[in-house]
Design a protein around this ligand. Structure first.
Ligand code: AGP
Length: 603
C-alpha cells in the first residue's frame, strides 16, 4: 500500500522524484525516502513522516543525480521509523531498492542471508531484496541476471524498483502489485500509479504480472521471468495533469465532491439514448446465459455494490453482495451462469482481486467495474466497465461512489434486458432522471447547509445514519465517510433494525441522520419518532416533498426529488459534506486520514 517511483534521465532527478512522491502520497504517508546515483555512489535519504519532511531534509545539489528511485510508505512490516523507511540497501551500499507489496517468505530468506554473514538494519520484509541481488553480483552475475535470479526467490506480492551503483539503469518487476512505465521526452519514469508522473508525460506502458523491465534514459526492455523479450503497448492516458492537483480547494476531498457534476456527466455521456442504454463493449445479448449476479468489493465500493444488488433484485435478478475478503471462504453458489462483478475504483484492491480470482477458479464470468483503465482488475477480468470519474486522490472515496452507482444503474438495465428479456419498469423515467442527476448534484452542493449543520449537531457520543431500501447502503456509506476522516464513532443501520438493539446506544448526544428517498416515508417517520423519544436529535436528508419526515425531524438537509431509485445518491453528497465539514472543524488530515491509504494492495 505504498507508492514507488523512479526517474531515469541524463540530468538531475531529485525534483521530479519529489513531485512524483507527493503525487503518490495518497498510497501511504508514514515515511518516505529517495536514493540517487550521482557518479560518486548511491546517496540515500529517508525519514519517518510525510514527503514534505523528506524534502526539508534534502539539499538539492548535494544529493542530486540523473537516476533515482523513491518511496512513500504505508507500513506492513516494521513500524514507521527512519530505519524502516525505504529505500533499503545491501551490505556494501551498491544495491538499493524500493518495494510495494509483501514478501511472504522474507523471514526464511533473511535468516539464510544472515547465516551467510549479511547484516540487516531494518525490520522490513523489503530489505532482503538488495542483499539477494548483491550476493549474485558478488557471484559474478551481470546486473540483469542478478536481478532476475534474486526475484525468482521471492514469494508474495511485489512491485520493485532497484538500482546498482555504476549501472545507468533501473531494474524493476511486478507481481501482484501495480507498476506502470512513463515514456518521457528527456527521461523515463516508473511508478505505482499514473498520477505520479502525469505532469511529465502522458505516454504509459502498463506492465503485467511477471514482467521484468530494464529502463535506461532513452530506452527500456521488458522480459518475462525467463529473460525472453515481451512487448507491451504504449498508451496515451486521457487524464490532465491538473486532474491530480487541488485546483484551489483546501483538500482533494472537497475538490472531488465538487467535481461530481462533471464526473457524473462523463460517466453517463453517450450511454443513454432515449429508453435505451448504450454501453461500449456490452451490446444487447452480452449477458445471455447469466442467471445470477454477485458483487465483490470493499469499503465504499462494497456499499455501491449493495446499491447495485438492491436495484437488480428489484428488477427480478438473483443478486448478492459479498465483502471481498470473505468471498473466497464463503460457500456462495457459483457456476458458469454466475456473473461476479468486482466493484473497485482503483482496480488494485488485493482483497477484491483475490475474490475475483476465486470466482474465476469456480467457473464464474467476471467483470471489473472500475475507474482505472489498465488496472489489474480491468486486465484480469473477462470484461471491464469504466466509471469514468477521473483520478481520485483523496483517500475518502466520494465522486467514485456516485459514478459507481450511476454506472450500475446503466449496467443493471443491460443485465435485466438480457436476463429477463424485458426492460426495467419505468426505465424511461429513471434514465431521464439519471441524465439530470449531474445538475441535481450541482444544486445540492451549491445550496447545502451541511457546514452549519455539522457545526451545530456534532455529537460527543457517536453519530448514526439510518435508511430503508437503497438508502440503507447510503447510511452505511455516510457512516464510513464520517469515521474515516473525523476518527469519531459512527454507524449506519437499516432504520428498522435500531429497535432490535442499537437503540440502546441512542442518547441526546448521538445525532442521527435519517436518509429518505420519498419511499417508506411513513415507516421512516416512525423510526425517527422512536429515536426522538430517546432524546436524540434527528437530521433528515430527504426531498422537501417527504413532509412526514421533514416535519418530524429536528433538522433537515434537502435534496431534489429525483427518481426514488436515485435520490439516495443525492443524499450521499450531503453526507459527504457533513463528514468533510466535521473533519475540517476538527482539523483532521482529511486527504490522508491516519492509518488509511487510498488503494489497499495487500490482503
Ligand atoms: C473509502 O473511502 C475508502 N478509501 C476505502 O473503503 C475504499 O473504498 C476501499 O479500500 C475499496 O477501494 P477500491 O474501490 O479502490 O477497491
Amino acid at each position: 500500500m505504498c507508492g514507488i517511483t523512479a526517474r531515469i534521465g541524463n540530468d538531475g532527478s531529485l525534483e521530479d522524484l519529489l513531485v512524483s512522491l507527493k503525487n503518490l502520497e495518497y498510497r501511504g504517508y508514514d515515511s518516505a525516502g529517495i536514493a540517487v546515483q550521482n557518479g560518486a555512489g548511491i546517496e540515500v535519504s529517508k525519514c519517518e513522516g510525510e514527503v514534505s519532511e523528506l524534502k526539508a531534509q534534502l539539499t538539492a545539489n548535494e544529493h542530486d543525480g540523473p537516476i533515482g528511485i523513491g518511496h512513500t510508505r504505508w507500513s506492513t512490516h516494521g513500524p514507521p521509523t527512519d530505519e524502516n523507511a525505504h529505500p533499503h540497501t545491501g551490505c556494501e551500499g551498491r544495491v538499493t531498492a524500493v518495494h510495494n507489496g509483501i514478501i511472504e517468505n522474507y523471514a526464511a530468506l533473511r535468516e539464510s542471508l544472515q547465516d551467510r554473514g549479511h547484516e540487516f538494519t531494518s525490520d522490513t520484509d523489503t530489505e532482503v531484496i538488495p542483499h539477494l541481488v548483491e550476493e549474485r553480483l558478488n557471484d559474478g552475475l551481470e546486473s540483469e541476471a542478478a536481478f532476475r535470479d534474486a526475484i525468482g526467490e521471492l514469494e508474495g506480492s511485489y512491485a520493485i524498483a532497484l538500482m546498482i551503483d555504476g549501472d545507468p539503469a533501473v531494474y524493476a518487476t511486478r507481481s501482484g502489485s501495480p507498476l506502470v512505465v512513463g515514456i518521457g521526452e528527456d527521461a523515463n519514469y516508473l511508478a505505482s500509479d499514473v498520477p505520479a508522473f502525469l505532469e511529465f508525460t502522458d505516454r504509459v506502458i502498463y506492465l503485467e504480472d511477471g514482467d521484468d523491465i530494464v529502463v535506461t534514459p532513452d530506452d527500456h526492455r521488458i522480459t518475462d521471468g525467463a529473460g525472453r523479450s515481451v512487448s507491451r503497448p504504449t498508451e496515451t492516458v486521457e487524464w490532465e495533469p491538473g486532474d491530480a492537483e487541488k485546483g484551489g480547494f483546501d483538500h482533494y476531498m472537497l475538490k472531488e465532491i465538487h467535481e461530481q457534476p462533471v464526473s457524473l456527466r462523463q460517466t453517463i455521456h453517450g450511454r443513454i439514448e432515449g429508453e435505451d442504454v448504450v454501453l461500449e463493449d456490452f451490446p444487447p445479448g452480452t449477458f445471455d446465459g447469466i442467471s445470477r449476479v454477485q458483487f465483490v468489493a470493499c469499503g465504499t465500493s462494497y456499499h455501491a455494490g449493495m446499491y447495485g444488488e438492491w436495484l437488480l433484485s428489484k428488477w427480478g435478478i438473483d443478486a448478492n453482495t459479498f465483502i471481498a475478503s470473505e468471498y473466497a471462504a464463503y460457500p456462495a453458489p457459483v457456476d458458469d451462469e454466475t456473473l461476479v462483478i468486482g466493484v473497485t475504483q482503483s482496480g488494485e484492491t488485493a482483497d477484491t482481486l483475490e475474490a475475483l480470482q476465486s470466482a474465476r477458479e469456480r467457473g464464474a464470468r467476471t467483470l471489473a467495474l472500475t475507474n482505472v483503465i489498465g488496472s489489474t482488475a480491468a486486465r484480469t477480468c473477462d470484461d471491464a466497465l469504466f466509471i469514468r470519474a477521473g483520478p481520485e486522490i483523496g483517500v475518502a472515496a466520494t465522486k467514485t461512489f456516485s459514478s459507481q452507482v450511476a454506472t450500475l444503474v446503466l449496467l443493471g438495465e443491460r443485465l435485466t434486458r438480457d436476463i429477463t428479456g424485458e426492460p426495467t419498469a419505468d426505465c424511461r423515467e429513471r434514465l431521464e432522471s439519471l441524465e439530470s442527476l449531474p445538475d441535481h448534484v450541482e444544486g445540492v452542493i451549491e445550496n447545502s447547509r451541511a457546514a452549519s449543520i455539522s457545526h451545530r449537531w456534532l455529537g460527543d457520543n457517536g453519530h448514526f445514519f439510518i435508511g430503508r431500501g437503497n438508502a440503507y447502503s447510503v447510511a452505511l456509506e455516510g457512516a464510513l465517510k464520517f469515521k474515516e476522516i473525523t476518527y469519531e464513532h459512527a454507524e449506519g443501520f437499516a432504520a428498522g433494525e435500531l429497535k432490535h438493539g442499537p437503540l440502546a446506544l441512542v442518547t441526546s448526544d448521538t445525532p442521527v441522520f435519517a436518509i429518505g428517498t420519498g419511499r417508506h416515508s411513513k415507516r421512516l417517520e416512525s423510526n425517527v419518532r422512536e429515536i426522538q423519544t430517546r432524546g436524540a436529535p434527528v437530521i433528515a436528508v430527504t426531498p422537501r416533498t417527504a413532509t412526514s419526515l421533514t416535519d418530524t425531524a429536528d433538522e433537515f438537509l434537502s435534496v431534489p426529488a429525483a427518481h426514488p431509485d436515485l435520490v439516495a445518491i443525492l443524499a450521499n453528497v450531503q453526507l459527504q459534506l457533513i463528514a468533510y465539514h466535521a473533519a475540517d472543524e476538527m482539523e483532521r488530515s482529511i486527504d490522508k486520514p491516519r492509518n488509511l491509504a487510498k488503494s489497499v494492495t495487500v490482503e
